[in-house]
Design a protein around this ligand. Sequence first.
Ligand code: ADP
Length: 829
Amino acid sequence: MAQYLEIKAQHEDCILFFRLGDFYEMFYDDAVTAARELEITLTRRDKKNPIPMCGVPYHSAKGYIEKLVDKGYKVAICEQMENPREVKGMVKREVIQIITPGTVMDGSLDESSSNYLMAITRDREFHIAYADISTGELKVTQCTEEILFNELASIKPSEIIVNESLDKTLNERINQITSVISIHNASADVMPSQAADLPAASRQSVQLLFDYVTTTQMRDLTHIDNARYYHAVDYMRLDMYAKRNLELTESIRLKTKKGTLLSIFNETKTPMGHRLQKEWIERPLIKKGDINRRHEQVALLNDHFFERESLRERLAEVYDIERLVGRVSFGNANAKDLVQLKYSIEQLPAINHILNEMKMPDIPAEAVSGLADLLQGLEEEAPISIKEGGLFKTGYHQTLDEYREAAKNGKQWLSEMQQTERERTGIRSLKVAFNKVFGYYIEISKANLHQFDAEHYGYTRKQTLTNAERYITEDLKEKEALILGAEEKLVDLEYELFLDLREQVKAYTMDLKKIARRLAELDCLQNFSQVAMKNDYVRPVFNERKLSLVDSRHPVVEKVMSKEEYVPNDCTLDDDQYIDLITGPNMSGKSTYMRQVALISIMAQMGSYVPCSSAELPLFDQIFTRIGAADDLVSGQSTFMVEMLEARNALKNATADSLIIFDEIGRGTSTYDGLSLAQAMIEYVHDHIKAKTLFSTHYHELVQLEETLSGLENIHVAAKEYKGELIFLHKVMPGAVENSYGIHVAQLADLPLEVIDRANTILKQFEENSENDRQDTLQSAGLDQTEAPQLTFNLFDSGIEETIKQLDIARMTPIEALLKLQELQDQLK
Ligand code: ADP
């Protein structure tokens, strides 16, 4: 236990798998956690010593480790470093590897997403370096605190490494994004060669990353690419709220792909393409030239239906080259992996042929043409293990063929021997067989033994069983040596040849990575084209400052209804009219409309076509959103607080080139607070930011702003009443809505009819009374209209004020509020 505690103290943040004979044991809190997560039995060490413990057999530990790492734990593997039989006393033990969510190489890796490990360091700014160890990708950038969190939201690392100098509050914020934070201080002062071309300040983060991986994995990292430095400002800026609210790659509620923008772009054919697609969605471009390049290639693909189809068929035959290459360089690729690599590069000539037909730039395939030849010798159906032979085809290597021949001939000889011995002895059931302990033998069953003279036939008895005797002969012994020798040599030689071949493949790493990257891009572009054709998208045009969408649709919502059902809408915003204030009953389609404008802008800038009949767009530098009531339960913030944080982010960072989507600001607080905040925000955006803005509201008072703010116009989503029922037209029209139809929506929600009827009566009374009161009050006071509000407040002097103060408006339904109001009014009558 002393040894255990000493080792555990060095690995506090890991679950320590402590090797004891054939088991890995866990103790104390580790045991409690592991027993719960792995559903294994928790025991006590012994009665005197009630330390909680649990264990897993070492030969099946892999699955358990993967499960823990998958759940976000780190696992330290502590092995016995000496043979217990050879030492007296305590066996030496050491941690030989630490497996963490960011450093897993195989097993449970999801092929549809990258698995990033990120290191963050700080001087005046933040420096981040992140790598996917399974593919060798390494990226580096430098940013402010604000952008750091945007980056974290799009990269979604599975593990973050910081050094001790990063301050506590920041760590807490990071903790909200991933729970797997490793505090690590670079021990060695070695600068990895991959960081050589970086600006000096950025090298620290790469160094931290590498040092962490080498100390936890205890292997070298030559397969990691040279760092690629990028500027976050080269992409459209989407903060974490926008990414979440717009459901780009993950739905808000279920955190799944269903219902997201990514789910629309589901026509990729390769795992690399799928991962890159996700990145393209998370990082729309902002340079017109880059975007147009993508659009042009999509246009070419659209024009070539048959070529696109054949291209898609070919891409479907391409395996995950990035991860295969990662395994080759990491030294854990098997023969199956290399066969997959071979199939993949065999597709290249055909792919290039198709690209030429379409006049698209081809893939640099010549660089690896020798590789396909090199891999021809591999057996297509090779086993997973590389230590049991069966890896190469006949003809790959002369000596190998000779051994095989010898082994095969030996077996042939054995079956012939069985035949001749049967004839010689006249025993038809005589068998020539093999087992691991005794080698080859001749077996004669008991029934045949009574008249059998072993010596006569030159048989020597080797083993007696209850119902048979086993013998050997000189000849058989000789052949045995030959056969076993050949098989052993065969397996050894295959293994050696395989390692040698893998080394040769390694030389192609860089070329293969380039090819993989190009194939991934091509896959994304054909995906864009396929999706555009399938869903009737058009190519967007970029201009300086105007947004004009004709017949635009929400790409996700339109998919869940039939074509006729979805009502397309226009949207126009320019430098003179840059704020649309949207009113309309609940459920009429306000959010859908606003989201679709944001999604279309993102799609356009990622290089895709868009769901419109024509689309003209400016290049947005950033998109901000404040949508829906998604309680941020994870970080423990209330709905209203999240609302204000989202709004703050927009007001602080938006420019005249940004797009702001504000859906129902101020809902989470009392009416007057909410209304005042909403109006103040609109005025601020109008006067200071001038960003293109869509602002939906249920505060009717705000529609008056059109008169004072020249850049603002009212629009509404139409609904109409027909025979007492509300019909949603989902059509966006100029002007403000006249009626909020709240009770109609309640009716749709199937509230008891009595409640609906009563509410209608109350509403009618309320409307009449308020008009009468107003007239009365105005007349009796002899005041003109502008002074009227002041007077209404005087009514509160009647002692009702206290009752009103006590009301918890945020917790009341509109109906309850109406009832309360009537009660108060009755008291005043
Ligand atoms: P609001 O924000 O006004 O409460 P939503 O945008 O949430 O309304 O829309 C409510 C529902 O109306 C959506 O779930 C969708 O099914 C439907 N809807 C919205 N816009 C359209 C449209 N343009 N055409 C057809 N149905 C629509």
